[in-house]
Write a protein that binds this ligand. Structure first.
Ligand code: SF4
Ligand code: SF4
Length: 440
């Protein structure tokens, strides 16, 4: 078996001094208490494959696919080992050798680059979810592989996509039209916001407009490639990166705003490496900013300046998406927004930055394990005394919502952009509630 891909990270693996600092806080290690479910153990497995002592079998690659990519190990590693790169390259090796991930690769290759196909799939999932609610046994009896998906809470995929709301009859090039604002930014929404949480996307645009930024939404944007990258399909990830870099590098904008933590960490942290550190990829990566970071930079007070009487305070807590805190270094900004939001009392939960267990396809392929991580997060939310939990990643939103309901809580979950928009609506008397899971 060839180990060409793994050879490229041999030196990186060699940087590990086996200190085990990465074990504390690793959700998979703490759950399984098994060495090969920690970063150190995974690195030793990769070394053993490289040395030919073991093969990259489905059993071995499974330990790499169970990594949540939460980056907790990366932030505690004293040797600065690029653990995520080693895990992803090992996954790619497993996919290329046929040991694992072939179905995901097939799905990635034939869906991710095509927005129209993703849109159709979203509608089919929406119809299936509706059907499942009406006849729960039918689907899983006749399509056994839907069992994992059927257990999971699904968002409303049946509404209009974000791009059809922002882009269309009013302005065929970009939306919304220029209104003489001082800063010009592009919005990269990501597929989940586009197809499952379009209301969050419009909240992002409205908030940035209120804070003084003109927002353009290039219709040519495609999936960031995270599912392919995390699924070990480097070729598809590279194709998607090339397409997005071409689209966004051509725009005359100050920044490129993201409201999905995973998209942001891939666009800023993975694209340059995927595209051989090309000047275009670096230019795009350097412009990536998180929505909350930009709101704070533009001035939180601007978006709330008309609110005089916010009414009863609601206790709100915040969940840090792994890829936002450890991937992009953004964690102070959401707290600053929450502390400045009229009508909100911010309360911190225990282990706010612990992975919720819901990254990407993991919660579909390993649903029961994902729910075990979700249970710990749900307990922390309930213990905080919060009436609402907000976050800044659609995948975390789904997972938190599912985990809270599964463990008997009715605490609503919202994207922080929806909370900001709801605070504004409460003032105008249009009935906005912070305690909503999605503003529509
Ligand atoms: S913390 Fe870093 S150096 Fe220490 S065992 Fe883990 S990967 Fe190796
Ligand atoms: S990324 Fe998270 S789950 Fe994976 S090895 Fe590191 S700490 Fe453990």
């Amino acid at each position: 078996m060839t180990t060409r891909r793994l050879e490229s990270v041999r030196d990186e693996i060699g940087k590990c001094v086996r200190c085990a600092a990465c074990q504390a806080g690793c959700p998979t290690y703490e759950s399984a208490f098994s060495e090969t479910m920690s970063a150190r153990g995974r690195l030793r497995l990769a070394q053993a494959v490289l040395d030919g002592r073991i093969g990259l079998t489905k059993r071995v690659s499974g330990d790499f696919f169970e990594c949540l990519a939460c980056m907790s190990c990366s932030s505690s590693c004293p040797s600065n080992v690029d653990i995520m790169k080693i895990v992803m390259v090992t996954r790619a090796e497993a996919v290329a050798s046929g040991a694992d991930g072939r179905l995901l690769r097939f799905i990635n290759r034939h869906l991710l680059p095509y927005h129209a196909r993703l849109n159709i799939l979203a509608k089919l999932v929406g119809v299936a979810a509706l059907f499942y609610k009406l006849a729960p046994g039918f689907l899983t009896r006749h399509l056994p592989y839907t069992q994992g998906i059927a257990k999971r809470a699904t968002p409303d995929f049946l509404g209009r996509s974000l791009r059809s709301r922002l882009y269309g009859a009013v302005n065929p090039d970009h939306a919304p039209p220029s209104t003489g604002r001082t800063k010009r930014v592009a919005y990269f929404s990501g597929c989940m916001t586009d197809l499952a949480f379009p209301g969050t996307g419009t909240s992002v645009v409205d908030t940035l407009n209120r804070a003084g930024a003109e927002v353009v939404f290039p219709n040519e944007q495609v999936c960031c490639g995270a599912p392919a990258w995390f699924g070990g399909d480097m070729e598809t990830a590279r194709e998607l990166a090339e397409s997005n870099v071409k689209t966004f590098d051509a725009l005359d904008v100050d920044s490129i705003v993201i409201s999905c933590a995973t998209c942001g960490s891939v666009l800023s942290g993975v694209y340059p490496e995927l595209l051989d550190n090309s000047a275009e990829a670096k230019r795009v990566a350097d412009k990536i900013v998180d929505f909350q970071w930009l709101v704070v930079k533009l001035g939180v007070e601007k978006i709330y300046e008309t609110i005089k009487n916010p009414g009863r305070k609601i206790r709100v807590t915040y969940h840090d998406p792994c890829h936002l805190k450890r991937g992009m270094g953004v964690y102070r900004e959401p707290r600053e927004i929450l502390r400045n939001t009229p009508g909100v009392e911010f309360v911190e939960m225990e282990n706010a930055d612990r992975c919720c267990g819901g990254p990407g396809a993991f919660s579909l392929t390993h649903y029961d394990a994902a729910m075990e991580y979700g249970r710990l997060k749900a307990e922390a939310i309930v213990d905080s005394g919060a009436e609402t939990v907000v976050t800044s990643c659609p995948s975390c939103q789904l997972q938190l919502d599912d985990a809270l309901r599964k463990f008997g809580s009715d605490i609503p979950v919202a994207h922080i952009a929806d909370m900001i928009a709801a605070a504004g609506e409460r003032q105008t008397g249009s009935g906005g509630q912070i305690a909503v899971s999605e503003k529509e």
